[in-house]
Ligand binder design. Sequence first.
Ligand code: FE2
Length: 300
Amino acid sequence: MNDNSEEFLEPQLKARINELFRLSAPPQVTLELMRLLQDERTTPEQLQKLVEQDPALSAKVISLGNSSYYGLRAPVNTIARAIVIIGFRELQFLALGLGLAESFDLRQAPKDFDGQALWLHSLSVAWVANEAAHLSGLVVPGEAMLAGLLHNIGQIVLVTKFPDQYRLLMKAVASGQTYLEAEASLGFGHEMLGSVLARNWAMPQYLQDVIHGHHRPPSNAEAGPIHMSLINLALELVNRTEYRLEYERPPSDESAYWQSWPKLNRREKEKLLEKAIQTLPQMVPAWLWIMAESSPSRAG
Ligand SMILES: [Fe+2]
């Protein structure tokens, strides 16, 4: 079985990956936002200050506050007002999403790749992880959200920076392999790419773990790393909604969801699933708006 180790890569490919990540540092505002999200004491005022430091981000946040999605008659002119309109928790997703979208322009991906599905999937997993963290009180919600949002960052890297390898993968899928089998036989996959990026960007260990191993959750959810088990719960839940990523994770029977992460009981999981099915479609218009607005060619 593929262990996603980069040890087995051709030296040339390995050098290219390292070079790419050395050059593509994340925007400073994205790094700072990640830091704020991991601190439970973060206030709306701190988020406001951060957003205001970045003129391009400020313009987008204000423009989102004014978008028809929120249906307001009075114009939104300040970041503080936009935070009230959009909501603190929601804005954290949006600002981070904007930063990431600027680092990796999904329009560079091969035409047959559904970037929108990947983006909506990642945001859905982040939303569920955030809710589950609030419910359980066992994981910092901002950390849970980041882990959800970033778990598949390697997919974005793969399709935007390594389109040739992506085409080889799709060829293997067309000939009957599952997507993960194709990655294993090619010896080049999104968990490995994501984990090299996470290390080069000095992400915290829990993020590196989730990015590197989200398709291989610990068999004992009680004993494994807690972020990993929480993300597995979120992935199993999202797998039961329209925001599943079917090529990566075929629909499983519902027992996988009930058995995931025993820190939440069955009743709590039922309620969370209901809430997700009701709420996620309401968030999608704002998420789609970000995708349309935040590409490097339109930034700034
Ligand atoms: Fe994945």
